[in-house]
Design a protein. Structure first.
Length: 226
């Protein structure tokens, strides 16, 4: 239950932070993860605001939307720590339902605030971000993109297999490029110094990432890879 509570609190934080950041809209602020809730997780980024060419009126409307969302989430989680296990489970079910409704409402309101070309550009950036973090096959395998592109289950499996194949080749190319760069840098040293540093380094060792780790990243793939 604690894990579920942390998950929901983390999800709500996207909106809460978005409201705060849009409200401030100060230079140097607004850097954060992209995300759902109608793109609110991205819209508090000053860089995104500039890319979409948002005007003051739009920023103010987004700020008010963020404030409303923040108050709504405060109400959802109010007093939950003091509840019994049974009461908390009941509240959690209600919160999940309310969060989904809130997400849908916010997406609609954000689309009312933004102009058509701004919505399209925001969606493009969201897809780019998803592909960067989940990898091409991971992004294309998501329900939303798979439905838009008409991707079949067979294609999903092929995409996953192809991604693993491409990532392996990419990893080999990166390792080769890294070694060539290292050798070029070490060329400044004397042969004796090179021998000593290679002895200190030893045989190559690659730390393997655990599947299902932080952020849903897979093994070895960094931020989703290709």
């Amino acid at each position: 239950m604690r894990v579920q509570l942390r998950f929901l609190l983390a999800a709500s934080a996207v909106v809460l932070i978005a409201g705060v950041q849009i409200a401030s809209a100060q230079p140097g602020r607004g850097r954060g993860p992209g995300g759902g809730f109608g793109g609110m997780g991205m819209l508090y980024s000053e860089q995104i605001q500039e890319e979409l060419e948002l005007v003051d009126e739009q920023l103010e409307e987004l700020r008010e939307l963020g404030e409303t969302a923040r108050e709504s989430f405060r109400e959802m989680f109010a007093g939950m720590r003091e509840m019994s296990q049974e009461e908390r489970e009941q509240r959690m079910a209600e919160v999940r339902e309310k969060m989904e409704k809130q997400r849908t409402e916010m997406e609609g309101k954000v689309k009312e605030i933004l102009l058509p070309h701004q919505i399209k550009r925001l969606e493009q950036i969201q897809v780019q971000t998803r592909m960067r973090w989940a990898g091409t096959s991971g992004a294309l395998g998501s329900e939303e993109l798979a439905e838009k592109l008409g991707i079949t289950e067979e294609q999903r499996e092929k995409l996953q297999a192809k991604q693993e194949e491409v990532q392996k080749k990419l990893a080999e190319k990166i390792a080769k490029a890294r070694q060539e760069a290292q050798d070029e840098i070490l060329s400044v040293l004397t042969p004796e110094q090179v021998k000593k540093i290679k002895d200190l380094i030893g045989e190559p060792f690659e730390m393997q990432r655990q599947r299902g780790g932080p952020g849903g990243r897979g093994a070895q793939g960094g931020r989703g890879g290709a």
